[in-house]
Design a protein around this ligand. Structure first.
Ligand SMILES: NC(=O)C1=CN([C@@H]2O[C@H](COP(=O)(O)OP(=O)(O)OC[C@H]3O[C@@H](n4cnc5c(N)ncnc54)[C@H](OP(=O)(O)O)[C@@H]3O)[C@@H](O)[C@H]2O)C=CC1
Ligand SMILES: O=C(O)[C@@H]1CCC=N1
Length: 264
């Protein structure tokens, strides 16, 4: 078996769906392991993949760990196998901690996001020389490349990448929800308001990618003396910009704290 996914929660499932959709691995290549055995059995049946028990990991070439960081110290000993490569999605958990707890230098640290399901994840990736030599980095690059963009990133930048890009879909969801609330407040039906908000997010993303700076799009939309500049003034007054900056700063700091927890 080519890949075990340990922890098939929100991210593990998003990756499983994305990987199978893109066909980079087939269902027979993948096994699942999770604390919730009923759920994992249902997922295995739905996707045609295998379920795995801890003793069966020896048959797997590579293990993708996608449990919560706080669970990792409890389960790492049971996951450690000789001749296995590991890929971790865990926020804050450094390569040094992975190596120490798994007893191998064949570790790849990644930070994807939930857009893997639709092939639009953005994944940071880093690995020590031994994981590169063993082909683990290439394997992870191709796996995550199949579900979106992959960015080779120095490890000291992983927590800020996490605080912006991996947490980002949640920030965007709050913005979309708030825009819809505003429209509902002014009389638009809820369902229409939510659909418009979601489509606005993806269309604006496409437009932003065509411009060298986000301010260009803002300036193109805001007519002198018009509606948009009145809305933008209200956003500045409410401190939306500062709020978003602080969100990324707070999330990055939380990633640093999660890393500290692993050193105990
Ligand atoms: N959600 C996201 O958008 C992103 C998450 N991440 C990282 O990915 C990891 C997973 O996140 P997410 O999917 O959101 O978390 P979830 O809590 O949704 O998923 C974790 C899964 O692991 C299971 N689990 C718990 N204990 C064990 C165990 N001993 N053995 C095997 N499985 C176990 C949980 O089961 P149960 O629920 O029954 O406890 C759950 O199904 C985290 O480390 C997070 O930092 C990274 C990028 C984005
Ligand atoms: O909130 C979290 O900790 C995880 C990591 C990034 C997205 N979700």
């Amino acid at each position: 078996m080519k890949l075990a996914i340990v922890g098939v929660g929100k991210l593990g499932l998003s990756l499983l769906e994305g990987i199978l959709k893109r066909g980079v691995l087939s269902a027979q290549d993948i096994g699942l392991m999770d604390a919730n055995e009923v759920r994992v059995a249902q997922l295995a049946e739905k996707f045609g993949v295998r379920t795995l028990r801890p003793g069966e990991l020896a048959r797997v070439s590579r293990v993708l760990i996608s449990v919560q960081p706080r669970i990792f110290p409890e389960i790492s000993e049971g996951l450690a196998q000789p001749n296995t490569g590991y890929i971790s999605t865990m926020a804050g958990v450094s390569t040094t901690s992975l190596i120490r707890r798994l007893g191998t230098r064949r570790v790849v640290r990644v930070m994807p996001n939930l857009a893997a399901t639709i092939g639009h994840a953005q994944t940071a990736i880093t690995a020590p020389r031994e994981a590169q030599d063993a082909g683990d980095l290439d394997f992870a690059r191709s796996l995550f490349g199949s579900v979106g963009q992959v960015y080779e990133l120095q490890e000291h930048l992983f927590n800020v990448f996490t605080g912006m890009s991996a947490s980002g879909p949640a920030y965007m969801a709050v913005v979309a929800e708030a825009l819809a609330d505003g429209a509902v407040r002014m009389g638009l039906p809820r369902a229409l308001a939510q659909e418009l908000a979601a489509r606005l997010m993806s269309a604006s993303g496409e437009l932003l990618l065509q411009r060298p700076h986000p301010a260009m799009l803002k300036d193109e939309v805001a007519s002198p003396g018009g509606t948009t500049i009145a809305g933008l003034q209200a956003l500045e007054h409410a401190g939306v910009r500062a709020g978003l900056i602080e969100a990324v700063v707070a999330a990055t700091r939380r990633g640093n704290e999660l890393g500290q927890d692993q050193t105990e």
